[in-house]
Design a protein around this ligand. Sequence first.
Ligand code: CP
Length: 302
Amino acid sequence: MKGKSLISITDYSKEDYLEILDSAADFEKNPDQPLLQGKVVATLFYEPSTRTRLSFETAVQRLGGKVIGFSDVNSSSVTKGETLKDTIKIISNYVDLIIMRHPMEGSARYASEISDISIINAGDGANQHPSQTLLDLYSIRKTQGTLENLNVFMIGDLKYGRTVHSLLMAMSHFKPTFYFFSPEALRMPSGYKHFLKEKGIKFVEGSDFVPVIQEADIIYMTRVQKERFSDPIEYEKNKSVYVLNNAMLEHTRPNVRVLHPLPRVNEINLDVDDNPKAYYYDQARNGLYVRQAIICKVLGIK
Ligand code: CP
């Protein structure tokens, strides 16, 4: 890695997170600032995206920069067999920053090792989604007034969910207690649980969150990710195990907020959308400001 990149949430310190969150709060007050004039950013999306790509592209444009890239590999020379290495080497000649989503775990790290310019990982397989994590931290701090000592429920696909993996590692700086609820086949991988044990972070694991929902400060719902299953029958078995509805929120804490990285399929009932405890649409909006702050951080723009 030659420049500053954001590949894994662990590349950055707690102080870096807080600096980015404070900067994002400034961008929320004033998102239109000419800080990227003369800069060109590439968004290379080898996997589908709505929020991540479009909020990054909006972030660049609101800061006065320009965007090139692809959102469909079928329109690129990847279909002719071009390697990731060659694509990164070529695009690095054109732009100041690459924002990349790719299905292969470790692809963003690899890109950062062969590129002379900064790389932002917009999701690499089931591994990491660090910009999502920073917007999650921003949303948690904004709604709770703190990041410290919170009870964080993570519900759904904890095996393949890169957002929960990144969030768990980031929150470990703030003394949380985690509650993991998933189908047996989609449990939080043991490596992450080992990480928490080493750090002395409390967690409980179970199958039914409803009996303890009153303990939650944050309810982080996740989608069961069809695209990560090799066996469609396994997906069908697991896809609708958890569906949060309004009645379940009735006896929750007043401060509780429901987060979801989105897209949702059916894991949050539509009747939750108008509940003041639902925060996922605001969370997605926060992504714009946080991504403005991340871009400025990696490019060294104050
Ligand atoms: N949260 C998230 O990554 O959404 P997209 O897949 O739409 O980018």
